[in-house]
Write a protein that binds this ligand. Structure first.
Ligand SMILES: Cc1cc2nc3c(=O)[nH]c(=O)nc-3n(C[C@H](O)[C@H](O)[C@H](O)COP(=O)(O)OP(=O)(O)OC[C@H]3O[C@@H](n4cnc5c(N)ncnc54)[C@H](O)[C@@H]3O)c2cc1C
Length: 439
């Protein structure tokens, strides 16, 4: 039998999964591809993670749409959750290979006293809330607050601080959840402190994101200029040194701004680790320890200080979960794989394979490499593929959302957007299903 009759299930329709689909179409034309996605909507964090005011970044979804729309043998099967509606063992029986691309959506914990107090959230929850993710739409953070702290100095932390400081006018051309924008606008929030354990040289935000913080309509970003080194160390590799010097230049510009000039202030605070969350049921303050950095390593000084904090969002990375049958590295919170192979005929890509780091483009290189490995390992008799999946879907009366259904939801979202906004997103799965039943 020709290899064209192979079939592959890709679990998860974020960048990791979509680049596998793209690679399969290029390298194994004719292969049947079913993309199995827990939500009725495709493309993972492109829809539910990337900041709503970064619509240019979200446009990568057009490429993913072309992969599905242009392919002959590719299907989107939304509203099916691995581990709940179907097991890995069942997928292994149906398809020649299974690629797990279900991401790493569980926030790492700080591991400090008081972490369970109210108004303390991980970035996946908080970002999911303002991005209309059905699982987080009811998060209901209390924004009747004066002081927020964002832990972490990567781009996700910068996204959260920026969105908390944006005005409705700045967000008019975005798809932020209207309930989130209303709560952010109505909030008496004055100060957002972004806290990094180490110094500005070790921070992982990019210069482009940092520059945006200096150009906010009604927020000033400040940083203590006295902690900024004159330049990146000579021993750094040339390319990295240039990147760091640009960041230091932007931070130096920000250090000239004065707090309190606009409605909100974003304060970039370095060399501090959270050690305790204080308050009653709800967070009221955060205790931090001052650090120094030696050879890139963070060393606590034992000196602590306390700052008011009514809302805390941690942006300190995330983990995947072990789904039955998936070899798993509990320490790292990722699938256990060898070059992407988790076990014979089962592979992992994206954040589930590598952990939560890198850009959208990092997934492309990785997914292509794992797809090549998978293709080289196709062997033995072919399995039944999509027809057996359809049988199982019918037997279990699964309410799947196919790609045509998604296009209908997309039209409805675009039609209900207010002037200038790209779409008004559905926030509940039940609403999506109901809307489809009416069309
Ligand atoms: C807040 C945030 C902002 C970001 N912004 C940027 C940015 O501006 N630029 C950039 O380059 N990168 C950005 N990234 C990184 C980028 O989003 C990731 O590199 C990328 O999304 C990882 O792809 P993935 O496919 O591994 O995971 P995901 O995008 O998380 O996709 C996983 C998919 O699997 C589905 N799924 C989960 N569990 C199951 C299950 N049991 N069964 C079926 N389906 C399941 C999910 O619903 C989801 O659709 C951002 C990340 C975050 C968290």
């Amino acid at each position: 039998m020709s290899d064209d009759s192979r079939s592959v299930a890709i679990v998860g329709s974020g960048p990791g999964g979509m680049y596998v689909a793209q690679a399969l179409q290029e390298k194994q034309p004719g292969c049947k591809i079913d993309i199995i996605e827990k939500l009725p909507t495709p493309f993972g964090l492109i829809r539910g993670g990337v900041a709503p005011d970064h619509q240019h970044t979200k446009r990568v979804d057009r490429k993913y749409a072309q992969t599905i729309e242009g392919g002959q043998n590719i299907r989107f099967l939304g509203n099916i959750e691995l581990g709940k509606d179907i097991s890995l063992g069942e997928l292994e029986d149906i398809y020649d290979a299974v690629v797990l691309a279900y991401g790493a959506p569980y926030d790492n914990r700080l591991g400090i006293p008081g972490e369970n107090k109210g108004n303390v959230f991980g970035s996946n929850e908080f970002v999911g809330w303002y991005n209309c993710h059905p699982e987080f739409r009811d998060l209901n953070p209390d924004l009747d607050i004066k002081s927020a702290v964002v832990i972490g100095v990567g781009n996700v932390a910068v996204d959260v601080a920026r969105v908390l400081a944006r005005t409705p006018a700045e967000m008019a051309t975005t798809d932020i959840a209207s309930f989130a924008m209303e709560a952010i606008h109505a909030s008496p929030l004055e100060k957002i402190t972004v806290v990094g354990r180490r110094g500005p040289l070790e921070a992982s935000f990019t210069n482009t994101e940092l520059k945006e913080l200096g150009a906010m309509q009604d927020a000033t970003t400040v940083v203590d200029g006295s902690i900024l080194p004159d330049s990146a160390p000579e021993k750094m590799e040339d390319r990295e040194r240039k990147v760091k010097d640009r960041i230091l230049g932007t931070l130096r510009e920000l250090s000239l701004a004065e707090a309190g000039q606009k409605r909100r202030t974003i304060d970039l605070a370095f060399f501090s680790s959270p050690v305790e969350i204080r308050g009653g049921n709800q967070i009221e303050s955060l205790v931090l320890e001052k650090n120094r950095v030696e050879d890139g390593k963070c060393i606590g000084t034992g000196e602590t200080f306390e700052i008011p904090c009514d809302l805390l969002v941690t942006c300190i990375g995330s983990r995947a979960e072990a789904i039955d049958g998936v070899p798993f590295n509990q320490n790292r919170g990722i699938a256990k794989t060898e070059h992407g192979r988790a076990k014979p005929r089962v592979y992992a890509v994206g954040w589930l394979k590598r952990g939560a780091s890198g850009t959208i483009g990092t997934n492309r290189l990785d997914s292509y490499a794992v797809t090549e490995l998978m293709i080289s390992e196709f062997t033995g008799a072919t399995r039944p593929g999509p027809s057996a999946m359809d049988k199982l879907i019918a037997e279990r009366s699964m309410q799947t959302v196919n790609y045509t259904d998604w296009l209908q939801l997309k039209v409805l979202e675009e039609a209900s957007a207010s002037d200038g906004a790209p779409r008004k997103k559905f926030t509940a799965v039940a609403d999506m299903i109901r809307a489809l039943e009416k069309t």
